[in-house]
Design a protein around this ligand. Structure first.
Ligand code: NAD
Length: 478
């Protein structure tokens, strides 16, 4: 099972190795293991777009890993590094991720070989619409078959273009908006989707820190307050995770690693200020109030309590795993730790909260968005004022009692304001997300604690999700 020190497996091989480690502990019927592991289909498309006076050809992929539940779900990534191996690995992770957080989807993923920073907005729109057209005409974008979402290099803007392209091609489909998630709220999106993956990372860490017996395995004590955290990648996921953990949990962001280097500060970095600096200057270099380290990847090896790789895959590998000092790694990115590095880190006693759980906040809120689109109504619209009216009844009654009995007490204005406010869409989304992250952690951690042969959370997560996928295949008579 262990990988030789000089041979780093590819991303898909890494996922397969981790899958195999888990199924070796299961008792699956012959053949079912292979059926679950393999990627069902990968579609490659090459299309031309006329840009700057000439035709440019682009290569894109949409991979479907498992259709045990439909639609299948998974983001679309824009990056020059996109390739079939990567897309298939990411599609497989989506299958296990959805099963773990009980989102009723199969796994899929897409990617386009493009560097979005090289194109004007109108050019990117043309490229995106053409890619969406190619996928939609083969039902690889479809509300009941295949529902993409944002990933590295894409966001709300691209999802709005995809939704509009699909609607133009399917003018009578009343559910057209449910063909993609991660749309902006004005185009059928949901409140809280942009922050969802980073928010989920925060909820995952909060849940881990509620279990002293789990923290002990990483040699950690206390709360998140004052814990030193290093984050790699201050994009959508990394920025929101770092922001919430520092602003709401009192953690110190002692390192931020970006493409052009890293910033370190023992007293903690101001995440908003660094984010704004990157927005204005294209990188972290030159930011005052912190030490700049040109070789950013070195900071993955810095002393800290929690390491959050939130950029790309394979960054913790056999060349640096031995030097990583963090006792706890939470994989906000997909596949940041290779199978070889995972072996090394496990042996060192490092606890890894695995990607399929840690970054599942995105697909969870995507699930809520899809349900919203299919039900054609915003969450909270029917019940919110009713809830407020019932709370007002209690408050008025308490105040009447206090007056009538001449009691010497009053409700604090802060309490009244909070208690009387009915939940809107954002509160409901956060509540659903927190519940999902806590429930999934408990399912995974129970297996980790209960079975001696399960020595890490990743294997535990695979065991829970493979078992659920297998149950679903069995129910279909396979
Ligand atoms: P993003 O494009 O918004 O951000 C990526 C960030 O990483 C950028 O700030 C970029 O500059 C930085 N980066 C790129 N290469 C780097 C390098 N070599 N060193 C340091 N920093 C580097 O992407 P994102 O949506 O935040 O996704 C990040 C990871 O999270 C990916 O692995 C993605 O698959 C995963 N993920 C994203 C979502 C989501 O909802 N967006 C959901 C689940 C998982």
């Amino acid at each position: 099972m262990n990988v030789h020190a000089n041979k780093e497996p590819s991303f898909r091989e890494s996922v397969d190795l981790m899958f195999n480690r888990a199924v070796a502990l299961m008792d699956l019927p012959p053949g079912l293991e292979e059926k679950i592991r393999v990627c069902n289909a990968t579609y490659t498309v090459r299309f031309g777009v006329r840009l700057r006076g000439q035709i440019q050809t682009f290569v894109g992929y949409r991979s479907v890993h498992s259709e045990h539940m439909e639609p299948v779900k998974g983001g679309i990534r824009y990056s020059m590094a996109v390739n079939q191996d990567e897309v298939e690995a990411l599609a497989a992770l989506m299958t296990y991720k959805c099963a773990l957080v009980e989102a009723p989807f199969g796994g899929s993923k897409g990617g386009l070989c493009v560097d979005p920073r090289q194109y004007e907005e109108y050019e990117l729109e043309m490229i995106t619409r053409r890619f969406a057209y190619e996928l939609a005409k083969r039902d690889l974008i479809h509300p009941s078959q295949n529902v993409p979402a944002p990933d590295m290099g894409t966001g709300e803007r691209e999802m709005a273009w995809i939704a509009d392209q699909y609607a133009r091609m399917n003018t009578t489909d009343i559910n057209a908006r449910a063909c993609v998630t991660g749309k902006p709220p004005h185009a059928g999106g949901i409140q809280g989707r942009v922050e969802a993956t980073g928010r989920g990372v925060q909820y995952a860490l909060q849940e881990f820190f509620r279990h002293p017996e789990d923290m002990e395995k990483a040699g950690l004590t206390g709360t998140l307050e004052g814990k030193r955290i290093v984050v790699q990648g201050l994009g959508n996921v990394g920025y929101h995770a770092a922001k919430f953990l520092s602003e709401e949990d009192g953690a110190l962001i002692t390192g931020i690693i970006e493409r052009d280097g890293a910033l370190v500060s023992d007293k903690g970095l101001d995440v908003e200020a660094v984010h704004a600096w990157i927005g204005n200057h294209g990188g972290v270099k030159g930011f005052a109030d912190a030490k700049y380290v040109e070789n950013g990847a070195k900071v993955l090896e810095a002393e800290c309590d929690v390491l959050i790789p939130a950029a790309l895959e394979g960054v913790i590998n056999m060349t640096n795993a031995q030097r990583v000092k963090a006792p706890l790694i939470i994989e906000a990115a997909n596949g940041p730790v290779t199978a070889g590095a995972d072996d090394v880190l496990r042996e060192k006693g490092c606890v890894i909260i695995p990607d399929m759980y840690a970054n599942a906040g995105g697909v969870t809120v995507s699930y809520f968005e899809w349900v919203k689109n299919l039900s054609h109504i915003r969450f909270g619209r029917m019940g919110r004022r009713q809830e407020e009216a019932r709370h007002q009844l209690i408050v008025s009654e308490l105040e009447r009692l206090s007056r009538d009995k001449d009691l010497d007490w009053t409700l604090s204005p802060d309490f009244k304001q909070k208690y009387l406010r009915g939940a809107g869409e954002l509160e409901l989304v956060r509540s659903g997300l927190e519940d999902t992250m806590r429930t999934a952690y408990q399912a995974m951690a129970e297996v980790w604690r209960a079975r001696d042969e399960v020595t890490d959370l990743r294997t535990a997560a695979y065991l829970v999700s493979i078992d659920r996928v297998a149950t679903s295949y069995r129910a279909k008579g396979l």
